[in-house]
Design a protein around this ligand. Structure first.
Ligand code: LLP
Length: 427
């Protein structure tokens, strides 16, 4: 699924999402423009939640894209939330997100963040030994914070190294391999301010091959088997992380949310039965696979530079400031002409951004129909980790964000102005 579920080519031959003509939206709101399709967000969220049923909980990983309007939608679909900073917790609070459905993760939470998370009533996923000390200070005597232990299962998924997290050499989690995970569980159980409710792991992101999740579940259940045998401890929940990949090009064929949940549920059910363990509640925390396919970006083409025999550069009015993924992870995207998305692709061009860096390239060697300056171009599957990682590099204001549904578009984040760039400056 490369496009939002409501995508179609309308009677004018234009791209349409959520019943809105993308050319009209671009003319009214300017470019670069990020557009989220509400039906896609709801459908993806609902598919996860339905597949989970009463076996556990599905959290939305706010890092993929967090805005109050967006978070309200995933809350309405019955999802919990995974946050990793006071900032994400603040955005969630502004959205009225229920704190008891919020999990606070992160490898270096500050004392203030832990106190905030505890006071709000979040479940805290402990990621390192230092947190035990900080939590003793954050939680008053006689009280207990609900915590999980994040474990690194030593499984390397099939994805880019920069977004793999489950291996021994990682800044995240307590490793099983060297005994740190077991020691952390013992420490949490002995801690007078903690209630250990779960054991968590996350192996990486943009994963298509679900066998990595099955392998991680096996390793984790072996750990749980040992905890039951030696400590008579069985956790209430088993956090299996996020990581479901999405299609960025038509060639990509990722598993569905249902495949993802059912595979992990199946591995948990079979693995616990095999080991004589009580099945804990399963918690998964997808981010990309909810927000990613729901979002598209519209840019306007500007300067076109031909280097005969070498390459043609088509520069758009955004780039690495709103989408750094091509340069950071070698991510591949597709590009379509908003006014004629099905025009035959006849030439190879490189889509560049407008930032002052040679590396500011969105798509190298895109095969496209002829593009002229002023054409509107759409890049699909940009809903996750684009705006979330956006910057004001080169003094560029960040784009406007729309939520579209049933032919109506509402601004959920206004375009930054030049004066916004000065908001935090002290003269
Ligand atoms: N849970 C934990 C503990 C995580 O670290 C992550 C992502 C998720 C859940 C959500 O994973 P998802 O379902 O979105 O794959 N900026 C990179 C992705 C970094 C992912 C970081 N952790 C990118 O643009 O590809």
């Amino acid at each position: 699924m490369l496009f939002p579920v409501t995508y179609r080519v309308n009677a004018r031959g234009h791209m349409e999402v959520g019943g809105c003509d993308l050319a009209d939206l671009a003319h009214e709101h300017g470019t670069p423009l990020y557009i989220y399709d509400e039906d896609t967000v709801r459908q993806r969220a609902a598919e996860f939640v339905a597949a989970m049923g009463d076996a556990g909980e599905v959290l939305y990983s706010a890092k993929a894209f967090a805005s109050p309007a967006f978070l309200r939608i995933v809350a309405e679909e019955g999802m919990g939330l995974d946050v990793v900073s006071a900032g994400e917790l603040h955005i969630a609070a502004a959205a009225g997100f229920p704190a008891e459905r919020t999990y606070f993760l992160g490898n270096n939470k500050s004392a203030e963040e832990l106190e905030l998370a505890y006071r709000a009533g979040c479940t805290i996923v402990i990621d390192g030994a230092y947190e035990f000390e900080l939590l003793r200070r954050a939680v008053p005597p006689g009280s207990r914070a609900r915590v999980e232990i994040r474990v690194s299962p030593g499984v390397k998924p099939d994805t880019h190294d920069f977004i793999s997290t489950g291996q021994l050499d990682s800044k995240f989690g307590f490793s099983i391999e060297n005994g740190q995970a077991r020691a952390a569980v013992e420490q949490a159980l002995a801690h007078d301010r903690l209630e250990l409710v779960g054991i968590h792991s996350h192996i990486g992101s943009q994963i298509f091959d679900l066998r990595g999740h099955v392998a991680a579940m096996e390793v984790m259940l072996d750990l749980l088997g040992g905890l039951k045998r030696d400590l008579d401890y069985q956790p209430q929940c088993r956090g299996a992380g996020g990581g479901l990949g999405i299609a960025y090009t038509r060639a990509d064929d990722p598993p569905t949310p249902r495949d993802f949940v059912e595979t992990i549920r199946g591995a948990l059910a079979a693995g616990t039965a095999e080991r004589g363990l009580k099945a804990p509640r399963l918690v998964v925390e997808p981010g990309r696979s909810i927000a990613g396919p729901a979002g598209v970006t519209v840019y306007a083409a500007g300067s076109i530079k031909d280097i005969p025999g070498v390459r043609r550069y088509v520069a758009v009015d955004g780039g690495m400031g709103d989408n750094i993924r091509p340069k950071l992870y070698g991510a591949r995207y597709e590009v379509l002409k908003v006014a004629d998305p099905e025009a035959p692709a006849t030439e190879t061009v490189t889509i560049a951004g407008k930032y002052c860096e040679s590396t500011d390239i969105l798509i190298t060697d895109a095969v496209v129909p002829p593009i002229r300056s002023g054409d509107l171009l759409c890049v699909p599957a940009t809903g996750a980790y684009c705006l979330a990682m956006a910057s004001n590099y080169n003094g560029m204001p960040r784009p406007e964000v729309l939520m579209v549904k049933d032919g109506r578009a509402r601004v959920i984040r206004r375009r930054e102005t030049l004066d916004d760039l000065l908001l935090t400056e002290v003269f």
